[in-house]
Design a protein around this ligand. Structure first.
Ligand code: ADP
Ligand code: ZN
Length: 728
């Protein structure tokens, strides 16, 4: 184990284990069969890769997809570990060259497909090789109960007999107990250790919105992540295409991906995404399996997925590097109907089960319960904390309505008054007292419920209707999806039951709170330097013919922008930098850091604690960093209240000027200030204000361009924070 730790430091540049990694590695070292269940991004690959570097002989890794194997092997080689893959896509000469490497005992890790592993030729090769272990990646593929059964995985059941001496270790992110046991059984594992981690992904921030203007809503998400990677999922190909077109018209770098495209087109777009030539991939769920890209910063569902399992899996593609990432889901009642019609051809029993899953999903969307709680409960686990601080419910972005009962009664009685013969839109229009002709045509302007909710806008009422449907008080009937009151709904009308209704938070004067995940992972990071290094990473990656995230993960890059090392000794202290990375890229990175910091007058070579990569599920550590974060922020706020200059505050709170700017923007917004003077001079603010009048959606990039780059982003951010606080 001692040697494994050394390797972890010298090759990978890591000093600590993630939960269960140590236990899994111990199994590998002692040849004890095991099933390891960790969520995406939990660090499964290291569990076998690190022991493989110290065990004598060759470790064989079974993996279902060529793209996954390629990624892993590229990454290992870049860490300086002798690894290769054997698959049918390689030319014959390449295959025999690798076989020779194996025979000569020069490799530590070999990735193969399941078909390959059981062929006589390959068995012969292994018979003459010392085997260290067999690792089965994506092991749920062996189980019929999993979501991704692959018949060729079944042959792996032979392994236990063929190689009685070695340990077999199975890895999966699939949660259910049934699948877990099936894996052990199908692989004939010997008294396997079951290592099951928490499914919580603390770095993912979950938000759910009802879909109103989807293109605008999706743009808002993209705006939060300029030039960062993300995925937008749609249900249908046609939606993929139309959305893609509209987004590229607005200047976003996007590419489509769906099953109707040729394999070549798909491959081209996937590569463009991986190599960061496009930022956003707009896709059907056909996209994702086999994508190991670690720095996906957002996953947007343009429509509701068909089950919570799918949601967990698809949203889980964000933030594999453990840094904060946004998972935003847009839904509407229509999605439910669309899925239902797509499932229609299923056999009856399967259909009922699928509709039950749809119902669960819809309830998730419309409920006001912590999103993380809902997901974990679904998988039979308990969250560590009551308030997760990283979902729209816990961040208080949604308010629970105080008089939910009365409001629900108004809506339900309206449904009854229109004889349960109209859809959600019409009901909402009546309730807000719309002057539209069709309302009067039906005489609905004469109803006692007409205009009962006229002090709300139609969208709010539509939201409540969805929420009531989600909680089973209203159902949709027939082809026209007319609303009807259910038995439970009648209980509400009689006042025997109270539904829960949400009100979208007032946006004016109340700025969104920073979620826990980003507060932590950006702590102490100089954002300008981070962006600068990201650019350099892109160049280095192109030079070496590797995806950018394999050269350095975002976590390593942030730690560089936090510690700002200008020499190789300090560079090696960065989390995620091992010897080989240091040799390959150290010179270029440290030189760029030194130059940038000199130009921008930023302190270098800080011995910062590595807070970047928070091991998931260790609440104690989390609380500690949160406390320091808020301490610095609170101190900054006291100094801002005395109107001290930014540079001075930065020095006093020992944070980068860029971080201090963010604190100030937050302070201005929270404090309800309508002017950023004295930090921005009045003339500049007036200038920006005039521009903001023209483009009030608060997007910084267009504003920056509109002002022809004359005013820095930092200043724009301060102005925008105050603009939101003005009395209108
Ligand atoms: P999984 O296969 O479980 O989805 P990975 O093995 O791809 O997860 O790991 C996810 C990310 O976490 C990778 O960027 C990896 O380098 C990083 N990582 C894994 N283990 C550690 C560790 N002990 N310390 C820091 N980072 C780690
Ligand atoms: Zn929550």
């Amino acid at each position: 184990m001692q040697r494994v730790c050394e390797k972890l430091k010298t090759h990978w540049g890591y000093e600590t284990f993630r939960p269960l990694q140590r236990e899994a590695m111990q199994c590998a070292l002692s040849r004890q069969d095991c099933v390891v269940v960790l969520p995406t991004g939990g660090g499964k690959s290291l569990c076998y890769q690190a022991p493989a570097t110290v065990l004598p002989g060759l470790s064989v890794v079974v993996s279902p997809l060529i793209s996954l194997m390629k990624d892993q092997v590229d990454a290992l080689v870049d860490y300086g570990i002798p690894a290769a893959r054997l698959d049918s896509s390689q030319p014959r000469e390449e295959q025999s060259a690798i076989q020779q490497e194996v025979a000569a005992g020069r490799l530590k890790l070999l990735y193969v497909s399941p078909e390959r592993l059981v062929t006589p030729g390959f068995r012969q090769l292994l018979d003459h090789t010392e085997l260290a272990m067999i690792a089965v990646d994506e092991a749920h593929c062996v189980s019929m109960w999993g979501h991704d059964f692959r018949p060729e995985y079944r042959q792996l059941g032979l392994l236990r007999k063929l190689y009685p001496e070695v340990g077999i270790h199975a890895f999966t992110a699939t949660a259910t107990e049934q699948v877990r046991h099936d894996i052990a059984e199908q692989l004939h594992l010997r008294k396997p250790a079951m290592l099951v981690g928490s499914f919580d992904r603390p770095n993912l921030v979950y938000r759910v919105h009802r879909r109103t203007n989807w293109v605008q809503q999706i743009c808002n998400e993209l705006e939060k992540h300029p030039s960062e990677s993300g995925i937008v999922y749609c249900i249908r190909r046609a939606d993929v295409e139309s959305l893609c077109e509209q987004l590229s018209q607005r200047g976003y770098r996007v590419a489509p991906y769906h099953a109707g495209m040729t394999p070549e087109q798909r491959k081209r777009n996937q590569d463009a995404f991986i190599n960061e030539q496009v930022d956003t991939i707009v896709a059907t769920v056909a996209f994702g399996m086999g994508i190991d890209k670690s720095n996906v910063r957002y996953v947007v569902h343009a429509a509701m997925p068909k089950s919570l399992e799918h949601y967990q899996q698809e949203s889980g593609r964000a933030g594999r590097d453990s840094l904060e990432a946004d998972c935003t889901l847009l839904y509407s009642g229509g999605d439910f109907g669309l899925w239902k019609s797509m499932l229609r051809d299923m056999p009856e029993e399967a259909y009922d089960a699928a509709v039950a899953k749809l119902n669960e999903m819809y309830n998730f969307c419309t409920s006001a319960v912590c999103r993380r709680h809902s997901i974990l409960n679904h998988f039979g686990q308990q969250p560590a904390e009551e308030n997760c601080q990283a979902c729209d419910v816990c961040l208080d972005e949604l308010d629970v309505l105080d008089d939910a009962l009365v409001t629900a009664q108004k809506i339900l009685s309206n449904v009854v008054r229109v004889d349960q013969r109209f859809g959600a839109e019409h009901n909402a229009l009546v309730l807000v007292g719309s002057k539209e002709k069709r309302i009067a045509q039906y005489g609905h302007d004469k109803l006692s419920t007409y205009g009962l909710l006229s002090h709300f806008n139609k969208n709010a009422v539509r939201d409540w209707i969805e929420q009531l449907a989600g909680q089973g008080y209203i159902e949709r009937v027939g082809e026209y999806q007319t609303l009807a009151v259910t038995n439970a709904g009648w209980r509400v009308l009689r006042g025997e039951e109270t539904p829960r209704l949400l009100r979208p938070a007032e946006t004016k004067g109340k700025k969104a709170r920073t979620d826990r995940a980003s507060a932590e992972s950006w702590e102490g990071v100089d954002r300008g330097l981070f962006e600068h290094l990201r650019e350099l990473r892109r160049e280095l990656a192109a030079e070496h013919g590797l995806p950018a995230y394999i050269v350095f993960g975002d976590a390593a890059l942030r730690d560089m922008a936090r510690r700002r090392p200008t020499n190789l000794t300090n560079f090696l202290e960065v989390s995620g930098v091992g010897q080989k990375k240091c040799e390959q890229y150290g010179e270029a990175m440290t030189a760029a850091i030194a130059e940038y910091c000199a130009t921008n007058d930023i302190v270098t070579d800080i011995a910062a604690p590595a807070v970047a990569v928070q091991p998931p599920n260790i609440p104690v550590a989390r609380v500690a960093t949160r406390a320091t974060q808020s301490a610095a922020f609170e101190k900054a706020c006291r100094l801002f209240a005395e109107e001290r200059p930014i540079e001075e505050v930065a020095r006093l709170i020992e944070r980068a000027v860029s971080t201090t700017h963010q604190y100030l923007a937050q302070f201005l917004a929270d404090d309800g200030r309508s002017t950023p003077v004295p930090w921005v001079d009045a003339k500049t603010f007036a200038h920006v204000e005039a521009a903001l009048e023209e483009m009030p959606d608060g997007r910084l990039k267009p504003l920056f361009d509109h002002l022809e780059g004359e005013i820095s982003y930092d200043t724009l951010r301060l102005c925008a924070a105050c603009f939101g606080n003005r009395d209108m």
